[in-house]
Design a protein around this ligand. Structure first.
Ligand SMILES: [Zn+2]
Length: 289
């Protein structure tokens, strides 16, 4: 995804974490059971419809008449009794006014996949940002992005592959992996499970947070334009590295979210990136919370 598509808007709010207050770009705080989740906008903007593969002009007119759909780059912070967890880190450097304070508190960073808009915020000026944190991605995702031979299959991804290798290299032995199905973090008050959502990338992962009987599904990049892809989950973006598998995963999780009445939190859902899914006559409808 290109930065140029996004207009950066900074509305500063102050909130506290670990007893510290700090200022951040657009944030929204909400609770899932006993834990607190912050939705943090790295940038806000609109998704241009030209990124959707084979999009019929009539379909575009129906679901995105202006040729654009509201979107964002979000990351999510989960504060539990024992841990401060980030799900992705954006690409532009989150928490512009309080980065030093928050970065010291983060214990684990779960990466849904290794596209730049999800991992570039791990590094600033060539240095690690989160010195006390482990950075975890699925085994399949790590294998793909860290394998020097992957460029042979995806020559147009060379820059992203080189960058992912460099970023993970900086984290050294703190860059780790998990298997799909693993409970990747847990405490008295929460559990976080990694779930297979491959297709967008080879090891794309969504995460289910459970706390005191409530659940939140971190949606990652199952969709890139809510107004278009919820009614038409069959439509893929050029970012979907295996379009057929990406569409399968999108449909599976939309159906699951609607059937199980889940709240979802997506990186490219319109701010605050949190909402619910309902079945409709055609496909699904996304409702911002
Ligand atoms: Zn993305």
């Amino acid at each position: 995804m290109r930065v140029a598509m996004f207009l950066c808007v900074f509305v500063f709010t102050v909130f506290g974490i670990g007893g510290r207050a700090f200022a951040s770009a657009n944030t929204r705080e909400f609770k899932v059971g006993d834990v607190v989740v912050w939705a943090i906008a790295d940038s806000l903007g609109e998704r241009d419809m030209s990124v959707f593969i084979g999009l019929d002009p009539e379909v575009q007119k129906q679901y995105a008449p202006s040729g654009k759909s509201p979107s964002a780059i979000m990351a999510f912070l989960v504060k539990t009794k024992s841990e401060t967890i980030l799900i992705d880190v954006g690409m532009n450097g989150l928490f512009p006014a309080g980065l030093a304070e928050i970065s010291a508190d983060v214990t684990k960073i779960f990466i849904t996949h290794m596209h730049g808009d999800h991992i570039n915020g791990l590094v600033k000026d060539g240095k690690k940002v989160f010195n006390g944190a482990k950075v975890l991605a699925s085994v399949r995702e790590r294998e793909f992005w860290l394998d020097e031979k992957s460029v042979e299959k995806f020559p147009d991804r060379k820059a992203g592959l080189d960058s992912a290798r460099a970023i993970m290299g900086l984290y050294g032995s703190d860059a780790l992996s998990f298997e799909y199905g693993d409970i990747v973090a847990r405490g008295d008050d929460f559990e976080l499970k990694a779930i297979d959502a491959h297709g967008h990338t080879p090891g794309h992962t969504v995460f289910m947070l459970t706390s005191a009987g409530e659940r939140l599904l971190f949606w990652a990049d199952l969709s890139h334009a809510a107004s278009l892809q919820f009614p038409r989950p069959d439509i893929n973006a050029t970012y979907d590295m295996n379009p057929e598998e990406a569409a399968k995963a999108r449909l599976h999780f939309m159906d699951m979210a609607a059937t199980e009445k889940l709240t979802i939190a997506g990186v490219h859902l319109p701010f605050p990136g949190v909402g619910t899914v309902e079945k409709a006559d055609s496909g699904y409808i996304y409702k911002t919370r």
